[in-house]
Design a protein around this ligand. Structure first.
Ligand code: SF4
Ligand code: SF4
Length: 160
């Protein structure tokens, strides 16, 4: 997910030293600089483990308990990052800069954010590129909501 200044997430961007190093190892097919941080908005729950929280505590120079109070909330048994209203995408992570669409705690972001999207493609970036190309508008912004449902295909009836 996105960083605040000019650094690029090693999974998402290509300009930072860290990312350039990784890019040499693994080519990626998305550019977070051209995206409004969809991933920092669409996922309602970004899990925060103890190591994540320790990193956040160091970042904010507060105690573990204070960092927990400052940065997280409970969702069932899970500790997750807090959220904020976002006029562009409805809601977003509390730590997303809504103007620049970059992460304000980039160096201290949780592991989940570091790993995302875990592959060398980002499904949203592919969609973004597709729509912008097909609409002839380099600034078009497709809005997508992800919902998960259980579904199993029924065997087809033999009509003969
Ligand atoms: S901490 Fe928030 S803003 Fe930063 S990368 Fe993670 S989800 Fe995005
Ligand atoms: S949705 Fe994809 S392209 Fe956009 S910021 Fe996240 S990882 Fe980068």
């Amino acid at each position: 997910m996105k960083n605040s200044a000019s650094q690029l997430d090693e999974n998402m961007r290509t300009a930072s030293t860290e990312n350039s190093t990784r890019a040499k190892k693994k080519r990626v097919y998305f550019d977070c600089e051209k995206c409004p941080a969809f991933c920092c908005s669409v996922y309602e729950r970004v899990s925060v483990g103890d190591e994540d929280l320790e990193r956040l505590a160091q970042h904010f120079k507060v105690s573990f308990a204070e960092a927990e109070k400052l940065c997280t909330k409970k969702w069932e048994d899970e500790r997750i990052l807090t959220r904020q209203r976002d006029t562009l995408l409805g809601e977003a992570c509390h730590f997303l800069d809504l103007q620049t669409r970059a992460c304000t705690i980039y160096d201290a972001r949780p592991e989940t954010c570091r790993d995302y999207p875990t592959q060398n493609r980002c499904a949203y970036f592919d969609l973004l590129q597709f729509e912008r190309k097909h609409q002839g508008d380099p600034e078009a912004l497709p809005l997508v909501q992800i919902e998960f449902r259980e579904w199993k295909r029924e065997p087809r009836k033999n009509t003969e």
